[in-house]
Design a protein around this ligand. Structure first.
Ligand code: TRP
Length: 440
């Protein structure tokens, strides 16, 4: 069997390519589908503040830790831990990440598939003349049919098609074009939403905090959302980090990606809530927010056909640049650790995710278990172990050398970063985790 050729490992070709790929991973359904409904269910602005606190104090340190692990080892998550901590059980953290990748990809691609159906419905003007009730029924009827499975498989094929082409010629090449398109569409939609009569109410909901709304559940959800949205805690960014050139400033990259992700989530909120309030629809409507509430709004809005089309293109693009990053974790792991070719790994990975996805698509229970276990449990747990690895296990000099590119750049954030990964992040993640699960 062919051995993986580590001396000829693929990598990103440019600084913008790194940011586009990593921000493309982070920015996805988590920002545009999940973030608004989680904000809606958890009371709006107060949730947003807790969320922002976690993004800065935990999100950036975990992301940077992943980049450091990946770039110093130049391997997939399992291989990285094996290389940096030989003979120690740390590689299990990587293995847990690969497991989480299967779970996330299975339910995430199902939702991405719904997006394709809605894109299709937008094109054929399928919401035309329908009442809110009928639009809501459409979603249920659609989910009860065989169509979600077909769209799911189509989405998996798109994902696999890009991943199979490699890091530079697949992932980087596509994300570099898709991410600017995404930003442009989102800005156009927010302007439309903000100019609707009654939009101010939505902004108030998003930006005016009511602190009595902060409960343990809200805090746990905010942490889970931060992990999910930033793509951290399961080795996606260890994998992408392993493709980053030795000259790149990892600290700046982590900060830019985090900023871009948060910015897009907030703009998505600005695009969605004013419209939701302008049309008098209650904001907490779970996963239906984007698939029921928005089509209802588009149907009633001037220019709705165009905006609906734009919106679902946006959502599909955002989802695609994220699914490729999750599939890449599986493919990198399989091709490097199991010694199979990239092509075989892509086929094998895609096929196994497809099987799991069939279950997720057909059963809300399976879907919810995958969603909850991965986002709320495995990601924070993975993140905790990753910061512990960097803060307490891995050699400090090596961390410093990776952050400063072997002492060639000055990184004043080194000390605050070490403090965060050693103390604040592990304690905060651990506490929120135990508290939220009702353990203390
Ligand atoms: N962050 C992406 C989103 O917001 C989803 C995603 C991609 C992800 N890769 C991940 C989530 C890794 C957790 C872990 O849609």
């Amino acid at each position: 069997m062919t051995k993986f050729d580590f001396s000829n490992r693929d990598s990103f070709g440019s600084k913008f390519g790194v940011i586009a790929a990593a921000a493309g991973s982070a920015i996805g359904l988590g920002n545009i589908w999940r973030f608004p409904y989680v904000v809606g269910e958890n009371g709006g602005a107060a949730f947003l503040l807790v969320y922002l606190f976690f993004v800065i104090s935990i999100g950036i340190p975990v992301m940077l830790s992943e980049f450091i692990i990946g770039r110093s080892a130049q391997r997939n998550p399992v291989g990285s831990f094996k290389k940096l901590a030989p003979g120690k059980p740390w590689y299990l953290v990587g293995l847990m990440g690969v497991g989480a990748a299967f779970m996330i990809l299975a339910f995430y691609t199902v939702v991405a598939g719904w997006t394709l159906e809605y894109l299709y419905q937008s094109i054929i003007n399928g919401f035309e003349g329908k009442t809110p009730d009928q639009i809501s029924k459409m979603f249920d009827t659609f989910r009860g049919s065989a169509r979600p499975i077909i769209w799911f498989l189509i989405f998996m094929l798109f994902t696999a098609g890009i991943v199979i082409a490699g890091v530079k010629n697949g992932i980087e090449k596509y994300t570099k074009v898709l991410m600017p398109v995404l930003l442009l569409i989102l800005v156009i939609i927010s302007i439309r939403s903000l100019t609707l009569p009654g939009a101010g109410e939505g902004l108030r909901f998003l930006f005016h905090p009511d602190f009595s709304k902060i409960t343990p559940k809200v805090i746990l959800e905010a942490l889970g959302q931060a992990f999910f949205s930033l793509s951290i805690g399961m080795g996606t960014l260890i994998t992408y980090g392993s493709y980053i050139n030795k000259k790149e400033n990892l600290t700046n990259t982590a900060i830019s990606v985090t900023f871009a992700d948060t910015f897009i989530a907030i703009i998505a909120g600005i695009a969605i809530f004013p419209a939701v309030f302008a049309f008098g629809i209650p904001p907490a409507s779970e996963e239906g927010l984007v698939y029921i509430t928005l089509p209802v709004i588009f149907e009633q809005m001037t220019g709705g056909y165009f905006f609906s089309l734009m919106f679902f293109v946006l959502l599909s693009v955002a989802a695609l640049t994220s699914t490729i990053s999750v599939l890449e974790v599986i493919v990198a792991y399989m091709s490097e650790e199991l010694n199979i070719t990239r092509k075989q790994a892509t086929f094998l990975g895609t096929a196994s995710v497809a099987v799991l996805g069939l279950f997720a698509s057909n059963s809300a229970a399976v879907f919810n278990v995958l969603n909850f276990t991965s986002a709320t449990i495995l990601l924070p747990l993975g993140g905790l172990l990753i910061v512990l690895f960097i803060g307490w296990y891995y050699n400090r000099e090596k961390v410093k050398s990776e952050m400063t590119n072997q002492g060639t750049i000055d990184v004043w954030l080194y000390k605050p970063f070490m403090f965060l990964v050693k103390y604040l992040a592990p304690i905060a993640i651990g506490a929120v985790f135990l508290y939220g699960l009702g353990i203390f």
